[in-house]
Design a binder for this molecule. Sequence first.
Ligand code: HPA
Length: 263
Amino acid sequence: MPAFATFARARRSLGPRTAVVLGSGLGGATAAFAERASVDFRNVPGLVLPSVQGHGGRLAVGTWAGVPALLFLGRLHFYEGLPWSVITGTVRVAAKLGATRIVLTNAAGGIHPALAPGGLMAIREHIKLLQPNSWRELASSGGPSGPYSRRLLELMQAHEARAGCELLAGVYAALTGPSYETPAEIRALAACGADAVGMSTAIEAEEAARLGLEVAAISCITNKAAGLSAAPLDHAEVLANAQLSVGRMGELLGRLIATPLRE
Ligand code: HPA
């Protein structure tokens, strides 16, 4: 039986309504996930295989602490040379497979002084510093408060507060990559109000909101952004530091998945 058909049968029997996209090196956040079936992105109509190390490119269905969930292990990026219409495929596939809520995660550099490696930031808003006119969907920014659900933001903060942590709800600056920023660019981003910087999520969030999904997004801070620490930045360090927060990230994801769907 073709891989997708097996996956699709498990998906139909479980009926997951929440999808999670796990970014760079965050696959370790899935301790509570019991996989029922999975399929490589290349066998999913509407997806292609990512080329970046640390991004598996697998779509799984199963239960997260008993609650059905869809899990995208890996994502596609603009810097892989892909158009936005392909990158946002994950979001459309999630919607087509019945998800009404999506949680996007990423690895990001911390700009806000409180955001150090191992930290998390719930995304409240974003700044898109992407190639001009590279995203042509209209009315996709998600309305006056943007694509991110206020309800899920508050829920994440309350969850972290119960665990004695403060979860910053911050502004994510989305750049195209693939190179990291210059220290001057980071100072400019800080002056523009950005709290963290990365190379994904913003367009996926907008596409998800356009499709009517409830959206939450979490940045896993893997490094201080360029110029804010003496350590040089590289992808291996980003992947290694992602492990510092996968446990806490996993707890937060479980809480979101277990939360009743929006009315
Ligand atoms: N900049 C951009 N993207 C990133 C970073 C960063 O510092 N860290 C992880 N992804």
